[in-house]
Design a protein around this ligand. Structure first.
Ligand code: AMP
Length: 133
């Protein structure tokens, strides 16, 4: 399989490594949203977070929790977004599970997703639809 992140894990494609252990590899995003933007990935290929074994998801989050403060300290940031995209519709481009750690800065130009007004009736109907799945 020709997966760019599998090639990074194997060393076929170079990367700026931040951390690695037996199961997880973390490296700088090549087109960072902000300074220090880091990706945390499983060494084993899984398409996205929802189909990654839960123990591995836990390990990815453990690593993210452990390295994020170091990243923030190194780049002088007071907070970050820790996020993942699932599926093309969400903006996932690389189909190998990855967690973004994006340090945030005042006036960094990034915006939160837009929100919308919704009635209590609509919220209730969506909640019951999801619960009944
Ligand atoms: P996503 O849109 O969630 O799939 O994010 C994929 C991320 O991978 C993007 O932020 C890219 O900049 C990043 N990326 C793609 N190729 C490389 C690479 N060779 N090294 C480091 N980051 C990469």
């Amino acid at each position: 399989m020709n997966c760019v992140f599998c090639n990074i894990v194997s060393g076929t494609i170079p990367s700026y490594k931040i951390f690695e252990n037996e199961q997880v590899y973390a490296f700088l995003d090549i087109h960072p949203n902000t300074l220090g933007h880091t990706l945390v990935i499983p060494k084993k290929h899984h398409e996205n977070l929802l189909v990654t074994p839960s123990e591995l998801v836990a390990e990815l989050m453990n690593v993210a929790q452990m390295i994020a403060p170091r990243i923030l300290h190194a780049v002088g940031s007071r907070g970050c977004n820790i996020t993942t995209n699932v599926g093309e519709v969400s903006g996932q481009v690389v189909m190998h599970t990855h967690i973004h750690i994006i340090p945030r800065f005042d006036e960094d130009g990034l915006k939160h997703w837009p929100s919308r007004e919704m009635s209590f009736d609509e919220l209730e109907s969506i909640a019951s639809k999801i619960i009944s799945e």
